[in-house]
Design a protein around this ligand. Structure first.
Ligand SMILES: *Cc1c(COP(=O)(O)O)cnc(C)c1O
Length: 361
């Protein structure tokens, strides 16, 4: 069996031991005579799975007691509406830092519900940097302040957070959750689609401070109300049962095989630095993001020639390094090095790039 190294921005690689375990449990989950996919979400076996997933996530991220964890569907994109529907209920205002396409989508969707202010933007240079912001520009009575913590498409990330005082900071962490420790108490709400670092597509995790729950607008659809999901333990309706089960296996892998989030961070840094160091000295490839704003997860790079880029992507694919083509809005290449990408995958990619450089440079 030949497995490829998949550098996709998402859905992306899952840890091989997780896939093996899921395969082993596929027909008969722990003597129940059924697959997790076939189980009632109200069965005691499934109850144990979702509870274990939540408690592992709480432990891994050190989520404080006064935060709820919700296992939802609809992707991170649904949160662009759910956040304002639930949180934009005081002044009806919210602030946004526009650092990429996902941040802009969150901003545009929220405009349907209230007054939104773009405090700063890096659109002028195709979002290749994190813009400076002025705290004096922040809306004092905003209902929330939104950021996209890691910008999947452009390969930038926040290294410092805006100081928003009493205004709840809301972060889209779809492409960086579980990649390193975070101080959850700095945020009012964190959301993430699972398909980058947590599991398969179909699961969306929301971590929300309790005092922000229960103030949804009256017209808020039931399924979009955090309180409904919080009060029902994410079981108001059928949750994405299999995706939650895989997420639990991923969290077990993170604990038992990696050794926790600090270890995960060190490994992710090692992987990212390996590629950045090569790109910084390469005569053929160059990274598109300046050092201070670089993402550890998504690394875009170019050769400067569209033809050469295409030739590289093709050659890489032929050698088992797939999905290195950059996002259509940026061009060039992008290597996404999520948690499940092994160090060996990056080492082999860099060796391949060195070779390509020698023969094409
Ligand atoms: C992938 C991604 C999204 C979109 O997620 P869906 O689950 O497809 O809705 C939103 N934000 C960020 C930062 C992403 O990386």
């Amino acid at each position: 069996m030949a497995r490829v190294y998949n550098f996709s921005a998402g859905p992306s690689m899952l840890p091989e031991p997780v896939l093996a375990k899921a395969a082993q449990q596929m027909l008969d989950y722990e003597g129940t005579g059924q697959s997790v996919m076939e189980m009632s979400h109200r069965s005691k076996e499934y109850e144990a799975i979702i509870q274990e997933c939540e408690s592992l996530l709480r432990e891994t991220l050190s989520i404080p007691e006064n935060y709820k964890v919700l296992f939802l569907q609809g992707g991170a994109s649904s949160q662009f509406a759910m956040v304002p529907l639930n949180l934009m209920n005081g002044s009806g205002r919210a602030d946004f830092l526009l650092t990429g396409q996902w941040a802009v989508k969150a901003y545009q969707e929220a405009q349907k519900f209230g007054q939104c202010k773009a405090v700063a933007s890096s659109k002028d240079k195709t979002f290749s940097y994190i813009p400076q912001w002025q705290e004096s520009e922040f809306t004092k009575d905003a209902d929330y302040f939104h950021i996209c913590y890691n910008n999947t498409i452009y390969g930038t990330r926040f290294h410092k957070l805006p100081e928003t005082g009493d205004v709840p900071l809301v972060a889209d962490m779809s492409s960086c959750i579980l990649s390193e420790p975070v101080d959850v108490s700095r945020f009012g709400l964190i959301y993430a689609g699972a398909q980058k670092n947590m599991g398969p597509a179909g699961l969306t995790v929301v971590i929300v401070r309790e005092d922000l729950i229960g103030h949804a607008r009256p017209q808020c659809p039931t399924m979009m109300d955090y309180k409904i999901h919080a009060d029902n333990g994410s079981m108001y309706n059928t949750p994405p049962t299999y995706a939650i089960y895989i997420c639990k296996l991923v969290l077990e892998w993170l604990r038992d095989e990696i050794g926790g989030l600090e270890k995960m961070r060190q490994l992710n840094l090692q992987k990212a630095n390996l590629l950045y160091d090569f790109l910084d000295e390469s005569s053929l490839f160059r990274p598109t993001v300046d050092k201070p704003d670089r993402s550890m997860m998504n690394i875009p790079f170019v050769t400067g020639s569209k033809e050469m880029d295409a030739a590289f992507v093709k050659a890489a694919q032929d050698h088992g390094f797939i999905n290195l083509k950059g996002h259509r809005s940026v061009g060039g290449m992008r290597a996404s090095l999520y948690n499940a990408m092994p160090l060996a995958g990056v080492e082999k990619l860099v060796a391949f790039m060195r070779d390509f450089e020698r023969t094409h440079g």
